[in-house]
Design a protein. Structure first.
Length: 330
């Protein structure tokens, strides 16, 4: 796949690395159509100490320690803290420890940074929260006018149908449903929601994982290593062989609109009770009395997604990867 280069979209990634977060960050750093201005960290997959350390380590691994990392919320707004370490390992990266010597976080707290930076660069910074929405909700609370100066919010979270933590709720929204509720009701000009209905189709096959092991590339080996425990989780829980790259799909959708189809919808968040954390998606084509507040991802061109991901990360191996991609993804 040839990458069409255009004016880079300037983004701040709000993240809780996390295996699939790591892959998403690496894709964003490498793709010429994106310019990563900063990472902000949040508790979610693991505690914020580990997510922050992981963010710093990923940037150092990629040779991009020039990008600042701002530490954010260490717990949800209201509910008790819980993590997904059974999927991502105790440290968030499947037991892989990254070198963070000589790097540290930037001065300041994530939500305040988001407020200040979007104020300094109105209509220029797309926010990409791929973890719980706590930092974004805090930023909205600090300055509700932020919704007028952020051109787009690209969220990995939610589900129109089945959840992955409960039958109703996807992890990021379930972890902090009150934050998700604040964000979805805030009035952002454009919200793109990439939820489980789409990300389940961004499933890395065993053949692709084995290909990464053989490329003799440090980034490829890193992705192979961090997805081992993650893949074990999918087998133990769902009898699926491979690994879902949820957050990477959200990043890919920003740079190639043909990767993912969307429907207009009104999205509301359940904040308590049996369906706590559920994103109630009312497609406005059917529910015409509802006002659209998000575009919700539906159908993925899986082959195109993996072509974009792998050819961006490892362009020198495109010829070797092409037959594997063609064979593994239809």
């Amino acid at each position: 796949m040839t990458i069409k280069i255009k004016e880079p979209k300037r983004i701040v990634i709000d993240t809780d690395p996390g295996v699939d977060d790591a892959v998403a960050i690496l894709l964003a750093l490498k793709h010429p159509n994106l310019q990563v201005e900063a990472l902000t960290t949040v508790a979610g997959n693991v505690d914020v100490e580990h997510t922050t350390t992981n963010a710093l380590g990923i940037l150092k691994l990629a040779g991009r320690s020039d990008i600042p990392v701002y530490r954010g919320a260490d717990k949800p707004l209201e509910r008790k803290t819980a993590h997904a370490s059974d999927a991502h390992g105790d440290t968030g990266l499947g037991g892989v420890a990254l070198d963070t010597e000589g790097v540290d976080t930037a001065t300041g707290e994530a939500a305040q940074f988001i407020v200040d930076y979007t104020r300094e660069h109105p209509d220029e910074i797309t926010l990409v929260p791929i973890g719980p929405l706590t930092n974004i909700a805090k930023a909205v609370t600090l300055d509700p006018s932020i919704v007028d100066r952020v051109p787009e919010l690209v969220i990995m979270g939610g589900a129109e149908f089945t959840g992955n933590i409960t039958p109703s709720a996807e992890f990021n929204f379930w972890y902090d449903p009150h934050a998700a509720d604040i964000v979805m009701r805030a009035g952002f000009k454009k919200i793109t929601m990439v939820g489980l209905d789409a990300t389940s189709q961004a499933f890395m096959s065993p053949g692709t994982r084995d290909l990464l092991r053989r490329l003799q590339d440090p980034i490829a080996q890193f992705i192979y290593d961090i997805t081992e425990e993650y893949a074990d989780f999918y087998w133990e829980r769902r009898r699926l062989v491979g690994a879902e790259l949820c957050d990477a799909l959200a990043v890919a959708a920003m740079v190639d609109e043909a990767v993912l189809e969307f429907v207009d919808a009104n999205v509301e968040i359940c904040v308590d009770g049996l369906c706590e954390g559920r994103s109630v998606v009312a497609r406005t084509e059917r529910y015409r009395d509802r006002t659209k507040n998000a575009a919700v991802g539906t159908r993925v061109d899986t082959k195109r997604f993996f072509e974009l991901l792998l050819n961006t990360l490892f362009p020198e191996h495109e010829a070797e990867m092409a037959p594997i991609i063609t064979h593994e993804y239809r």
